[in-house]
Design a binder for this molecule. Structure first.
Ligand SMILES: [Zn+2]
Ligand SMILES: [Zn+2]
Length: 145
């Protein structure tokens, strides 16, 4: 009986050893990249006015979940106010310019139409001339003997 007990004890000890070793191996394997990845969003490329950016999901181990890559839409220009660069004249078109607040190398231009050759002024002058003529007639009429 004693021998049998000894044998059983030895077997149990051996089994325990095997269990321990396999558990240790499992734990070790898990620590070596076979873990459940924990992907966190990282902005790897910032969007610009015209170019989209990129968000990737990256685990601390460096693994990238490429299926979840997300494009960040381009921000678009952030235009400031129009500034007149060149005033328009009756002979020449003028020029307006505005600058992007995100990047001052981004510029936008717009033509300013030539000035009408004093259209409104001419129109008013005609009316005034007519009114004057009208009053002149009345005055002429009133003061005529
Ligand atoms: Zn990972
Ligand atoms: Zn811009």
């Amino acid at each position: 009986m004693k021998q049998l007990k000894k044998a059983l004890a030895a077997v149990l000890a051996a089994l325990t050893m095997v269990c321990c070793v396999s558990l240790c191996l499992c734990a070790f394997a898990e620590g070596d990249g076979d873990h459940a990845h924990d992907y966190k969003p990282v902005q790897v490329l910032a969007p610009t006015c015209t170019q989209p950016g990129l968000t990737r999901y990256i685990c601390d181990c460096g693994d990238v979940d490429e299926w979840r890559d997300e494009e960040i839409p381009a921000t678009g220009h952030n235009w400031g106010y129009w500034k007149t660069v060149k005033e328009a004249t009756e002979e020449q078109e003028g020029l307006k310019e505005r600058t992007c607040l995100n990047d001052p190398t981004h510029k936008d231009y717009k033509k300013i139409d030539k000035l009408e050759p004093d259209a409104i002024g001419g129109f008013l002058q005609k009316i005034i001339a007519r009114i004057k003529a009208f009053f002149a007639k009345i005055m002429d009429f009133l003061y005529r003997d």
